[in-house]
Design a protein around this ligand. Structure first.
Ligand code: FDP
Length: 318
């Protein structure tokens, strides 16, 4: 059995930078354990339901969103290599650089899939680690290919940590007996031309007609079943392991409505991760890698999946 600590010490040790990054990954794994602890007890600790405030996206913040955000901030701000944080639940970038000469930036969605909290369905934490040249706010807008690490922790029927540092995608499962993350799937490679089609069909009538037709064609021509957990982390985890197509497109004909998913802490890390596992991701119809963000809380159209399914989907757009 390879534990996460052993893996980080032996597999990812080639440079001082990598070792600093490992300390951040290790902290993210620890914060995942803390959040899972709260998730397991949320019904008992009065952590279900709304916190009574809205975030910058005008989403109703849930108590567990708030608690998870505090936990991530608390742990990462004490990490000597993290100088800036960006969260779905924070209106602005959080500068945690005091007393630190230089370091990295972490963008995160502390608890993805908020509508699943109260009904005991899968939820997750998403993270993206970026380098910084010193201009913290601007450096968060770097393209996905600049990420040094990205991944998620999924609180499902078991708790898994899945991440990449650009050298493949690995999955670690939390062993409830030892409290350690243990390597369970090495070098995930997305199966091709198989799996489920995953989007919320309510978007179809609101979409650009040609794109909506491509969605319909994909479902009909592949004859594959649809699945929609409604927590991006869970839908992407299934897509990584089983193949298929995941989307949350922009809808509306005036071009003003930019879908629902957030670029920094949802689309960029998970799209890049899917590509690291051999899949393909389009954000606003462009390959995920080189697209820069224009603002911190930018929303973006998301379409990703295994390369065979994506190729078929894209052929319907020609
Ligand atoms: P949620 O708002 O419940 O946190 O992050 C946005 C997100 O969940 C994704 O995780 C999920 O894929 C999507 O929204 C679900 O949206 P719908 O409720 O519109 O299906």
């Amino acid at each position: 059995m390879t534990t996460l600590s052993h893996y980080l010490m032996t597999n990812l040790k080639e440079s001082a930078h990598q070792q600093e990054l490992n300390l951040i990954i290790s902290d993210l794994a620890n914060v995942g354990k803390k959040i899972f602890h709260e998730v397991q007890r949320s019904g008992l600790l009065d952590l279900h339901g709304a916190a009574g405030a809205q975030n910058v996206h005008e989403d109703e913040v849930q108590k567990l969103d708030e608690r998870s955000n505090e936990l991530v901030k608390e742990v990462l701000s004490s990490n000597e290599h993290v100088i800036g944080l960006a969260s779905e639940e924070e209106p602005d970038v959080v500068d945690v650089s005091e007393g630190k000469e230089s370091g990295y930036l972490v963008a995160f969605d502390p608890l993805d899939g908020s509508s699943n909290i109260d009904i005991n369905m899968p939820i997750g934490t998403i993270f993206s680690v970026l380098p910084s040249a010193g201009d913290i706010a601007n450096d968060f807008l770097q393209a996905a290919e600049k990420q040094l690490a990205a991944g998620y922790i999924l609180y499902g029927s078991s708790t898994v940590l899945v991440f990449s540092t650009g050298k493949g995608v690995d999955e670690f499962t939390l062993d409830p007996d030892t409290g350690e993350f243990v390597l369970t799937t090495e070098n995930i490679s997305i199966p091709k031309d198989t799996g489920y089609i995953s989007y919320n069909p309510y978007v179809l009538p609101k979409m650009d007609e040609k794109r909506a037709e491509a969605y319909n064609n994909l479902t009909q021509q592949t004859g594959r079943s649809m699945r929609w957990v409604g927590a991006m982390v869970a839908d992407i985890h299934r897509t990584l392991l089983k193949g298929g197509f995941f989307a949350y497109p922009s809808v509306g004909t005036d071009g003003n409505y930019k879908g629902k998913l957030r670029m920094q802490y949802e689309a960029k890390p998970l799209g890049w991760l899917v590509e690291q596992a051999g899949g393909r991701c389009l954000l606003d119809g462009q390959p995920v890698g080189t697209l820069k963000s224009t603002e911190l809380h930018q929303k973006v159209s998301v379409e990703m999946g295994d390369t065979g399914t994506m190729q078929l989907f894209e052929s319907f757009l020609d």
